[in-house]
Design a protein around this ligand. Structure first.
Ligand code: CA
Length: 711
């Protein structure tokens, strides 16, 4: 009797009018996940539904009233790095991860903080993280919240208080893997992958029992050393597509983001990253397609056994990861209803595949492309232009799209109502130049086999202006059935936020230019824009509590575009990070505190004293590794120290103590004693002094021109 009473209270608690005190926290099970689409109040998993469409049936906020959207509440975050996560909302509680793999829970209606969890990731881990200390989300299941930490732990937290219930280390902590992606729940298992294909790793995806943390299956995406037995027959087949001693470089193919699930097909789908190292000629003089890198792979959800694969970029040497979000949908193609996968990977083609078999159904470039002339209409294989094989031609190749991808991790959204897919597109080329025969891998840091110094941004105003002009971004509404653009909104720069579409005929997106915007989903007309003081890269989500609809987004600029692209990082304007969770509702009246003023320090480096040989050596050493955090040509995007401004340029001793002595390792700057000699480090210091002086000269010219203009 008593049990029955509790049960009925629990049921009542699920309705909007009842106090949520009676609902067990994170009460999510298979049944609820499978019915997530009709559960309009909630956002139960990373992409809202297991098919990851990121479409909400909520329509209380719509084209007629979105102009009245105002801030309902906000929460300041204590981390100041790229915020990439999508919040999850279950029965009035919002769970979100932040940079450095922290997790927070809030009352979704009031914003009252409920608990906070910090896995205390060692900051030295940053040396293995290509793309900022980001985290893209949590998973929820049976009263638990799951987070994958940057250093590879999978942690189950008690949803009631944020206390860890179990922790599993998902890879050897000494390996160069990292986790930034969100776990997904499939049939009582937590599925998680990892990144690190730029650091000589072997990619894999794992499933753990969600109650105990015990491994249930693991799928390796690339074959290991053939002297040992292959884990699956599929890997024996894959080994035939590799040349040389690929396993000594790990192979790559990491599963760092996309994971989707179809319960009817009982398949888990995931995307794989680039082959390692990027420069294919280092791997082997003769090579095949390097399976299963840059692919979508489908495995059995219970066993992790290979079912099918579709490789989007064979012979990858452009970092064309296929890790971008995988959307499942029912489409009517040529009069036939089909269950399909829709995918817009880095390489710039939009693919539609049959979800059951992986068969290529159609594909078209969704942005400007120069590395391939098109796709084979039957196989979907790209026709790659010979010049793109920069390692074979010996000549640099500026590819569109580049390594950042025409589309990166920022999630796209599919509205079954408009039939359109909304894609945050980057229009950004990248110059690939192969390193010479003397190339040696580094012990710590980035290992791509490229000669980045040869193509680093010169201190030339015309070239810089040209590169800046050619680097833009687009919000693209794509008709997948017709494989053509329905509408586009151009942005100043790339690296804008992920997408949300709703039944209110709205599309929401935050921008690199520090705005949060709403457009009509059918035509792309801007209806609302809110200044958020910092670039937004995360995707928005929406939920309902007590009958009222909310729209939430994490703000906080960062990620690989900020840390690695030098002068291009600031294309959209302000690159400061003010990390916050922002939650909007109709008639919301909360205001943000005024943003702190932007301070631009003038360059004031010591005079150039290094020899030309030292400066040139320093450039060669800095470009392939240090630049991945401190920016191309030592121009920082904003998150990482801009070394042209560093006081340590004045002190050879202090500079050496940092780079070799590792005295700043607690801030993520580890010792590179295994990779560089003291003399080489001194060359780097002279290169940085030279760079700072070059740019000071440019600043002086710009200032003189500006003064002239205003007179
Ligand atoms: Ca990659």
């Amino acid at each position: 009797m008593y049990t029955k009473l509790i049960a009925s209270l629990l049921l009542l608690g699920l309705t909007a009018s009842q106090p949520r005190m009676t609902v067990a926290p994170a009460a999510v099970d298979d049944k609820r996940l499978a019915a997530a689409d009709t559960d309009s109040n909630n956002w139960l998993s990373y992409g809202r539904t297991q098919d990851e469409q990121r479409f909400s049936p909520l329509d209380a906020v719509n084209t007629a009233n979105v102009g009245k959207l105002g801030l309902a509440w906000y929460a300041d975050l204590e981390t100041a790095r790229g915020q990439e996560a999508t919040s999850i909302v279950v029965d009035g509680t919002l769970y979100v991860s932040t940079a450095w793999s922290m997790v927070k829970a809030y009352n979704a209606k009031t914003g009252a903080a409920l608990w906070s969890y910090d896995p205390e990731v060692q900051r030295e881990t940053l040396v293995k993280a290509c793309c900022d200390a980001a985290n893209r989300g949590v998973a929820v299941w049976h009263g638990k919240i799951y987070i994958g930490t940057l250093d590879g732990r999978l942690v189950a937290l008690d949803a009631a208080n944020g206390k860890p219930l179990w922790t599993t280390q998902t890879f050897d902590p000494k390996s160069k893997h990292t986790i930034t992606g969100a776990p997904r729940i499939v049939k009582g298992q937590v599925i998680i992958g990892n990144g690190g294909a730029e650091y000589f790793t072997r990619g894999f995806i794992s499933a753990y029992n969600a109650e105990t943390g015990k491994l249930t299956w693991r799928f390796y995406t690339v074959p290991g050393n053939p002297a040992k037995p292959f884990e699956q027959p599929a890997l024996a087949r894959a080994a035939k597509t590799w040349g040389g001693k690929w396993w000594t470089y790990g192979g790559g193919g990491t599963v760092w983001d996309a994971i989707s699930y179809d319960p009817k097909l009982n398949l888990v789908f995931f995307g794989t990253g680039n082959a390692s190292p990027w420069n294919g000629s280092i791997r082997a003089s003769v090579e095949g397609d390097t399976l299963y890198t840059s692919s979508i792979v489908a495995v059995n959800a219970d066993t992790g056994k290979y079912v099918w694969h579709f490789q989007e970029t064979p012979k990858d040497r452009w970092d064309f990861d296929s890790n971008q979000q995988i959307i499942l949908a029912n489409l009517n193609l040529a009069g036939k209803d089909r269950r399909v996968i829709m995918h817009a990977p880095k390489n710039g083609f939009f693919y539609i595949l049959d979800a059951a078999s992986g068969k290529f159904l159609s594909g078209k470039a969704y942005t400007a492309i120069n590395w391939a002339t098109g796709l084979d209409p039957v196989t979907g294989k790209p026709d790659i232009v010979p010049a793109a094989f920069y390692d074979k031609t010996g000549k640099p190749f500026v590819s569109m799209p580049g390594a950042v991808g025409a589309h990166n991790w920022q999630p796209m959204s599919y509205s079954p109502k408009t039939g359109l897919v909304y894609i945050p597109v980057n229009e950004a080329g990248f110059p690939y130049a192969a390193a010479g025969k003397d190339w040696k891998p580094l012990h710590d840091g980035f290992n791509t086999g490229l000669d980045n110094a040869a193509v680093s941004m010169p201190a030339d105003e015309t070239i810089r202006a040209g590169a800046l002009a050619a680097t833009t971004g687009v919000l693209l509404a794509w008709n997948p059935v017709e494989q053509k653009a329905a509408w586009k909104v151009p942005y100043i720069g790339p690296w804008n936020g992920g997408l949300l579409s709703t039944a209110g005929n709205l599309v929401f997106q935050g921008t690199a230019g520090s705005a949060f915007k709403a457009y009509t989903a059918d035509t792309g007309k801007e209806l609302w824009s809110y200044p958020v003081q910092t670039g937004v890269i995360a995707a928005p989500m929406t939920y309902r509590v007590d009958g009222e609809q909310y729209v939430a987004v994490l703000a906080g600029w960062g990620g690989v575009w900020d840390v690695a692209t030098g002068i291009l990082a600031a294309k959209s304007g302000v690159t400061r990070n003010i990390s916050r969770l922002l939650v909007f509702k109709l008639g919301g009246t909360v205001t943000l505190p005024p943003a702190p003023p932007m301070i631009k320090l003038p360059l004031d480096p010591p005079p150039v004293t290094g020899t030309l040989a030292q400066i040139s050596e320093g450039k060669k050493l800095f470009a392939p590794n240090c630049a991945n955090c401190h920016g191309d040509a030592a121009i920082s995007g904003g998150l990482m120290p801009d070394l042209r401004h560093s006081g340590t340029l004045n002190s050879a001793k202090m500079f050496k103590n940092i780079v070799i002595g590792g005295i700043l390792k607690s801030q993520g700057m580890v010792s590179f004693a295994k990779d560089y000699t003291p003399a080489q480090v001194e060359s780097m210091r002279h290169f940085l002094i030279s760079r700072a002086n070059e740019d000071r000269k440019l600043e002086n010219i710009s200032a003189a021109l500006a003064n002239k203009g205003s007179q």
